[in-house]
Design a protein around this ligand. Structure first.
Ligand code: IMP
Length: 198
């Protein structure tokens, strides 16, 4: 019943992220997007850390709507590249979100490199009743030497999580969510929301 569903805004218009979050949060929540709340502009993310960007996006939404909301920021941290692209993952190759160009540049920068260790790290910032909370999700893995798979988005075709033999882009949404950085961070968020909304 709608009356029992908790409404919360997720600071993204990325359908992949929305679906991933919705699948984890479950039917007890009604996820709204910034557009649903009349916010059409791109929400600024100009900080130097994932935590800073997640908080910046959540605060932007909260200031404009006064409603409970959360935002995520994710970085791919590659060991041999000193943690790059990290907080600059979206704009690694260009100013925009050009996934194909980012993947090409990552492969170029890792050419001949034996150490392929990498991890995705997501930080979720929640603002609930004006209080701020952070949740982190990490998945360790490695970068392969060519794109595999067509599911997901971003660096998914290049990343194999530890203990698996397929890239995120070769997995179903459920398989990815079960082990992914965002799945882990949003499960922590969900546990917190369930515990505080009894
Ligand atoms: P965002 O700022 O959280 O949207 O993430 C920055 C960039 O990281 C995105 O533009 C994607 O390139 C990449 N990214 C974020 N999440 C994922 C994911 O789940 N899989 C692959 N790439 C991702």
């Amino acid at each position: 019943m709608d009356i029992d569903r908790m409404e919360i805004i997720f600071a993204t218009n990325n359908t992949h992220k929305l679906n991933e979050a919705w699948a984890v949060l479950g039917p007890g929540f009604r996820l709204l997007t910034p557009r649903d709340c009349g916010i059409a502009e791109e929400i600024p993310e100009t900080q130097e850390t994932l935590e800073g960007n997640a908080l910046q996006k959540a605060r932007y939404l909260y200031e404009r709507t006064g409603r409970d909301c959360f935002a995520d920021d994710t970085g791919l941290e590659v060991e041999a590249l000193g943690g790059a692209p990290g907080v600059r993952s979206a704009r690694y190759a260009t100013d925009g979100h050009d996934f194909a160009a980012n993947n090409r540049l990552l492969l170029e920068n890792l050419a001949g490199q034996e150490n392929r260790r990498a991890r995705f790290r997501t930080v979720v910032a929640l603002i609930q009743g004006g209080e701020e909370h952070l949740f982190e999700g990490i998945v360790e893995g490695r970068i392969v030497d060519a794109e595999h798979g067509v599911e997901g988005f971003g660096y998914d075709p290049l990343f194999i999580p530890e203990g698996c033999d397929r890239t995120f882009a070769e997995m179903s949404a459920e398989e990815k969510n079960a082990v992914s950085h965002r799945g882990r961070a949003i499960r922590k968020l969900a546990a917190y929301l369930h515990a505080t909304n009894k």
